[in-house]
Design a protein around this ligand. Structure first.
Ligand code: PLP
Length: 416
């Protein structure tokens, strides 16, 4: 008898969608292809020798524990150094027991969805937003309310208007999800004033703030803005940190800082999911942080990414058509390009594939697929000459697209 998989899969399983973007990006892995699309750190900057030293240290001092199962919450030594670092560097007042180690920030997002979203529950996010969060929340059939972004990060007036509208229909969102600093995808940050206001609004309407912070320490310009969690005295913010962008994503190591009640629930969720994170890697990460190497590495990649951002900006100025606009983020790994309104970057992608260059189409980061004339570019991954060549190719793609019949200069001038 043929297996009837359709009968076996749950409705939740059936609602899972493959990330269209990841599918598109598979096409870009052939030789000679330049991808400015992926959210990857620069592999040349991985601190290979120091990691080797830390591994040797683990072999000398803790190898039997490192090869054993560990506690679900994570290695206490690691949680302790992380707590101290969070206090010192970010002003987040936390202790070891406020921290839970996860397999990447992505696992933390999935725990958020598992614990806070019933089917149809509402959550809020800015638009654009991180694709992986949308995927995690979609897996638990959450209902997304999008708030547009502005130059202070999130449009607070629109947030208030939408909350009032939801309130009238008896809906209170469970949480607001924010990548508050150097957001993926836009590279923008939420201002300090708006962070404070978000906390007030969250308290007024009684929802949580999920602060996902992979890029917060990658500041090249300007003063770092304190994380929302550092302003939280009531346990209203769940903070997610990760080693992925400051050390190596292959470690698959991240952490959640939250109130004890939430940490306990997440520990139960993790028990049923994977028992504990990789102990060996946790010991290596502990040696790395304790040895002060993380701070040095962050300094190193800040300088490197600052330089790469400038290489990309210079190339954009030189090659992109004057109708294209972009931001100059003061940190992180991405910048955001907006093209004339009658260019659809998704339709244009075919032309980019032909020229062997890739970007991420902007509408992928919008739950309602709006904003079709934008794209995300990554500046951290590629070598300088590859960035330059990639931008040249992309400029040709855009110029060709603009000269196709549907490009109408008057429409652009009047329509934006
Ligand atoms: C905003 C954001 N959150 C979470 C993640 C996932 O990070 P991790 O590698 O720690 O799972 C990423 C990765 O790009 C990200 O940009």
């Amino acid at each position: 008898m043929v297996v009837n998989y359709d009968r076996l899969f749950t409705s939740r399983s059936k609602s899972l969608k493959s990330s269209e973007i990841r599918e598109l990006l598979k096409l870009t892995q052939s030789a000679g292809f330049i991808s400015l699309a992926g959210g990857l750190p620069n592999p040349q900057a991985f601190p290979v020798d120091v990691i080797h030293e830390c591994i040797e240290k683990v072999f000398k001092t803790n190898i039997h524990n490192a090869l054993q199962y560990g506690t679900t919450e994570g290695l206490p030594l690691l949680r302790d150094v992380l707590a101290k670092r969070m206090k010192e560097k970010k002003g987040i007042d936390c202790e070891l027991h406020d921290i839970l180690i996860t397999n990447g920030a992505q696992q933390a997002l999935s725990f958020i969805a598992y614990n806070f979203l019933e089917q149809g529950d509402t959550y809020i996010t800015s638009a654009p937003t991180y694709l992986g969060a949308l995927q995690a929340f979609h897996a638990y059939q959450g209902n997304c309310e999008c708030i547009p972004m502005n130059d202070e990060g999130i449009d607070i007036d629109s947030l208030r208007r939408n909350l009032k509208r939801l309130h009238r229909t008896g809906i209170t969102p469970k949480f607001l999800y924010a990548v508050a600093t150097f957001q993926n995808p836009s590279g923008e940050s939420i201002s300090l004033e708006h962070r404070k206001e978000l906390l007030e609004i969250a308290s007024e309407y009684d929802f949580l703030i999920i602060e996902d912070d992979p890029y917060g320490e990658l500041v090249f310009e300007g003063k770092p803005i304190p994380p929302i969690k550092s302003l939280d005295t009531k346990g209203r913010v769940v903070y997610i940190g990760t080693f992925s962008k400051v050390l190596a994503p292959g470690f698959r190591l991240a952490w959640v800082v939250a109130s004890e009640e939430i940490i306990n629930k997440f520990a139960l969720t993790k028990q049923s999911s994977d028992l504990c994170s990789n102990m060996f890697v946790q010991y290596v990460a502990y040696e790395y942080v304790k040895g002060g190497y993380l701070d040095k590495q962050i300094q190193h990649i800040k300088t490197l990414y600052h330089h790469k951002r400038d290489v990309m900006i210079k190339a954009l100025k030189e090659y992109f058509p004057k109708e294209a606009k972009w931001n100059v983020p003061g940190g992180g790994m991405f910048l955001w390009v907006t093209l004339p309104k009658n260019i659809n970057t998704r339709l244009m992608f075919k032309r980019a594939l032909a020229k062997k260059v890739a970007y991420v189409v902007g509408d992928a980061f919008y739950p309602d697929s709006s904003n079709y004339n934008s794209m995300r570019l990554n500046f951290s991954y590629s070598e300088d000459e590859v960035i330059l060549e990639g931008i040249k190719r992309l400029a040709d793609v855009i110029k060709e697209e603009m000269t196709t019949s549907y490009y109408d200069k008057d429409y652009y001038v009047n329509g934006v």
